[in-house]
Ligand binder design. Structure first.
Ligand code: ZN
Length: 546
């Protein structure tokens, strides 16, 4: 019996501990797999091409009861939780990025999540990152040793002729000893160590956007995976606490970026007002902490709903400014937005204007953001007012904004209501709720009972048990008849709201206990995994059983 305890997940990428009779192995890693699987001599039976049609594949079923368990896009998967699965010939998939992604999604959907994924003879220093991003975590040295035999010097940035070893590119012990084989193996180990670190930081995507640039097929794989939005959205955490680097056009394709836009349009409920001001973003996050936004808010004086126009998210209503990724992205600022960005953002904005008609919309913008607002207004058939052409934070522009809002009534500041609609898809009754604290460390309570706080890491709402009384449905994880002692493990889960994603705040509901906590995996995986933490529990309340 083998088992795979996943420690940290980042999309399809993960780190963890794999154990079987022979070994205990931290993944991702590259090893001589002959040492860890008892029957490597039958591997030649598994050498079916990935493109083999179903009729052919069925004639060559993989050997039974063998580890690793061979899986193939055209065959039913017999893999179970804890198994190591092997996809033979995966290195050939790189030649056709569209097939790579189709096969990968097919295989992932029919295989339990808590399985280790072995890609034999596939990993080079230059492919290890995208393989881990695709959800593989066990590799061997076959591919790098083959490069050694061909006299090729491998690096994460690509392959060179062997004389590169003398050029000072690398100073590993292999290079010092003029040992190409050792350098190439070391190069793979080194890259896997780096990938592991990025997974632990929750920044594997940032690494992939950088690494893939030297290989067109890898860029294509990343984009085809992004196009599988429903699949990718389901596995991306709903919140991270680190920076999201949006340094390339591909950042707009990230499932997390698209999910933010989708939720603003489908879940978010704006406050009751018919005046809006469109504002530029700031480098500092959340925006309210920046000097320019303090000036904007002084000029507006609460007399309009504030909407921030920004790349790569498009539109961030003021109430959502702390929520991941709005409070976390970093983007290169040049003042220039290309046509594709403008089309993407104006699409979101015009859709929003059609859903939520305002009597007046004031564009307090310049440059690319102003262009986006103009395009969106044209698409939605509305007229904008303008309070600056340049320098929105200068006195002249701020005065114009103040004057434009003269006579407008102050609206009720209800950050909690907006955040709850985005995060829990509810129309929260926030009457009588007070807030205290210093932004963004805010606590909400009613009659001295604390209901919610804002998590300063993720910028999301964190309900208390009393707070959950106001969230009447959804985001529940139903457990069996037991009182959790600490975290809820997957075998204890009997039902979970399909909307739950990794990182969501959830209410654990059982016959004998209620608990607040944070989901450690999406609902779908809670039900498909035999091992692992489903919910990190924060507070447990025992119930009286009749
Ligand atoms: Zn070296």
């Amino acid at each position: 019996m083998s088992q795979y305890n996943i420690r940290k997940r980042d999309g399809l990428g993960r780190t963890g501990l794999f154990r079987n009779e022979r070994t205990e192995l931290r993944l991702p890693s590259a090893v001589d797999t002959i040492d860890i699987f008892p029957t490597p001599d039958v591997m030649h039976l598994t050498n079916l091409p990935l493109c083999a049609p179903a009729a052919v594949a069925r004639k060559y079923p993989p050997p039974k009861d063998m580890q690793p368990v061979t899986i193939h896009p055209q065959l039913d998967s017999s893999a179970e939780s804890g198994d190591c699965v092997m996809v033979a010939n995966w290195h050939t998939a790189f030649a056709n990025p569209r097939n790579y992604v189709d096969w990968l999604v097919t295989l992932k959907k029919k295989t339990p999540v808590d399985t280790a994924w072995y890609a034999p003879a596939a990993a080079l220093p230059s492919t290890a990152a995208i393989l881990c991003y695709s959800g593989f975590d066990l590799f061997d040295f076959t591919a790098v040793d083959l490069k050694t035999a061909q006299g090729i010097f491998c690096t994460a940035e690509g392959e060179f002729s062997a004389d590169a070893m003398k050029s000072g590119i690398c100073t590993c012990p292999g290079c010092a000893g003029k040992n190409l084989k050792e350098h190439n193996r070391q190069g793979l180990r080194h890259e896997l160590a780096l990938v592991t670190r990025f997974i632990e930081l929750g920044q594997l995507r940032d690494l992939i956007e950088s690494r893939s640039r030297l290989n067109a097929n890898q860029v294509a794989i990343m984009r085809h995976l992004d196009n599988q939005y429903l699949f990718m959205e389901g596995i991306q955490p709903v919140a991270r606490s680190g920076v999201m680097r949006a340094n390339s056009g591909d950042s707009m394709g990230r499932a997390e970026v698209r999910r933010f836009g989708a939720r603003v349009l489908t879940r978010y409920i704006p406050p009751r007002t018919d005046v809006a001001v469109l504002l530029p973003c700031s480098a500092r996050k959340p925006y309210s902490l920046s000097r320019s936004h303090r000036l904007f808010q002084q000029a507006i004086g609460g007399r309009a709903h504030e909407l921030i126009i920004t790349s790569p998210l498009g539109l961030v209503p003021r109430e959502l400014e702390t929520i991941y990724p709005a409070g976390h992205y970093d983007v290169p600022v040049t003042g220039y937005w290309d046509a594709e960005e403008c089309a993407f953002f104006s699409g979101i904005l015009s859709h929003y204007f059609r859903l939520h008609p305002y009597r007046r919309i004031i564009a307090h913008l310049e440059g690319g953001a102003l262009k986006v607002a103009r395009q969106a207004a044209a698409l939605a058939g509305i007229t904008l007012e303008y309070t600056c052409g340049e320098h929105p934070a200068r006195n002249a522009a701020l005065n114009a904004l103040d004057i434009a809002l003269a006579g407008e009534r102050k609206i009720r500041d209800d950050r909690l209501h907006g955040m709850a609609s985005y995060q829990f898809n509810i129309d929260l009754d926030s009457r009588g709720i007070n807030l205290r604290g210093h932004f963004p460390e805010i606590f909400y309570s009613r009659n001295n009972d604390q209901l919610f706080s804002i998590d300063t890491g993720t910028g999301m709402l964190r309900p208390t048990l009393d707070g959950w009384n106001l969230i009447t449905e959804g985001y529940r994880v139903h457990i069996d008849d037991f009182i959790p002692e600490g975290d809820v493990l997957t075998p204890g889960v009997i039902r979970a709201d399909p909307a739950i994603r990794d990182g969501d705040e959830v209410l654990v509901v059982g016959a004998r206990a209620l608990a607040t906590g944070r989901a450690a995996m999406p609902a779908d995986e809670m039900l498909r995994s035999k091992r692992g933490v489903a919910v990190h529990v924060r507070k447990i309340k025992k119930l009286q059983v009749q």
